[in-house]
Ligand binder design. Structure first.
Ligand SMILES: C[S@@+](CC[C@H](N)C(=O)[O-])C[C@H]1O[C@@H](n2cnc3c(N)ncnc32)[C@H](O)[C@@H]1O
Length: 195
């Protein structure tokens, strides 16, 4: 583990101890999961929203993929993480807010081309999950996808919520090289049927 990864681990662990429900993991995600989360993102296609970036492991993977830092909109609730993200990614827009309030946020200059989420959806009540998904899709263009990881055996957004919001989910892949092993799902709007 290099010095940054080590510092991130302790930062993360401290945040977990002071707020286990919000952080929901004792360590940041690994590189393998970061690659899986970002492999379908097209650099230069427009703004990318990240929900719950924590110490910024997916943020860094997005930048390494070629997404300009100024195209990143980071939505984080933990104040310690917010300060760290502002220091590390000075050209990204960092919003210190609960992701459930995204709906009330003014539309961004250009609709996002994609979103990635490290939010612990399984630990949230359905009403909050609905508010977050409604908000994030409000800021994304037609056909854009949200990438969400989970440690669970299936998509962390239950079928009734997907149906209610007109969304569909598909598995992108799984990685055993994460602690714990994780899966990534692509969530997007269903195509409207012509009648
Ligand atoms: C499991 S950690 C994932 C962090 C990072 N993406 C990673 O994979 O290492 C969950 C993150 O979501 C943030 N978070 C939890 N609930 C949130 C909410 N309602 N709005 C914004 N951020 C939230 C936490 O503060 C934490 O940074």
């Amino acid at each position: 583990m290099n010095a940054t990864a080590c510092a991130d681990f302790f930062h993360f662990f401290r945040s977990y101890v002071s707020n286990p429900w919000q952080v929901s993991a004792i360590a940041p995600s690994g590189q393998s999961l970061a690659r899986l989360m970002t492999q379908e993102i097209v650099p230069g296609a427009g703004p990318v929203i990240e929900l719950g970036p924590g110490t910024g492991i997916f943020t860094r993977a997005l930048i390494q993929r070629g997404v300009p830092e100024r195209d990143l909109l980071l939505v984080e609730y933990g104040s310690d993480f917010v300060r760290l993200l502002q220091d590390r990614f000075p050209n990204a827009r960092v919003l210190w807010m609960d992701a459930r309030q995204l709906s009330q946020y003014e539309p961004f200059l250009a609709p996002a081309s994609a979103a990635v989420s490290g939010l612990p959806l399984l630990a949230m009540p359905p009403r909050k999950v609905i508010a977050i998904l409604t908000g994030v899709f409000r800021h994304m263009r037609e056909g854009a996808s949200l990438y969400q990881f989970t440690y669970g055996p299936r998509c962390p957004v239950p079928r009734p919520i997907l149906d209610r919001l007109g969304l569909k989910a598909g598995l992108v892949g799984r990685t055993a090289l994460n602690i714990p092993p994780a899966s990534v799902y692509r969530i997007r709007r269903r195509a409207l049927r012509r009648i």
